[in-house]
Design a protein around this ligand. Structure first.
Ligand code: COA
Length: 138
């Protein structure tokens, strides 16, 4: 069965959780919180997915304005299909949906740092993250 890529195709909570676990990204995503996962699926606005028949084998899930910034939140490829160009294709299809000034921005998992460097991303030491349990005092 051949590999098929889809833009904004529906992905169920179960399919997404299974892929996160099978890719190992599940170690860093809230796979035990179905409400959060459902919210991620409903409210992201760009999802490129890879399928073999009915099986979801890869996703690139982003939030973007399509013109200036695209935050690539979750890139995951099923471990049986890693290092076959799927991750690269998911990102090139994501980029193809974006306008000419739109940057891809992401926070890499530790094991994926070298991967993004290999693809041409530049590391930005001025990227900052505020966790939800840290309050900004007013
Ligand atoms: C990281 C991940 C998305 C990469 O997808 P993939 O389909 O396995 O990778 P690709 O086949 O697209 O790799 C493209 C290129 O990067 C290289 N590459 C792949 N993984 C790499 C790594 N960890 N470090 C350095 N280079 C890597 C490949 O050899 C390939 O090189 P080439 O184009 O010169 O032949 C996938 O391995 C994955 O899901 N990992 C677990 C979850 C994760 O860490 N996700 C990223 C969260 S930020």
């Amino acid at each position: 069965m051949s590999l098929e890529y889809k833009i904004n195709a529906p992905v169920s909570v179960d399919q997404f959780i299974e892929l996160l676990n099978e890719s190992t990204l599940g170690e860093r995503r809230p796979v035990d919180d179905r409400e959060c996962i459902a919210g991620m699926l409903v409210n992201g606005n760009l999802m490129v997915s890879a399928w073999i028949g009915e099986q979801l084998i890869g996703v690139a899930r982003s939030m973007t304005d399509f013109h200036y910034a695209c935050y690539l939140s979750d890139l995951a490829v099923h471990r049986s299909y890693q290092r076959k160009g799927v991750g690269k294709k998911l990102q090139s299809l994501t980029q193809a949906q974006l306008g000419p000034r739109c940057k891809l921005i992401l926070v890499a998992a530790p094991a994926a740092n070298a991967y993004y460097e290999h693809l041409g991303f530049t590391n930005n030491p001025r990227c900052w993250v505020l966790n939800r349990d840290q309050q900004i005092s007013s």
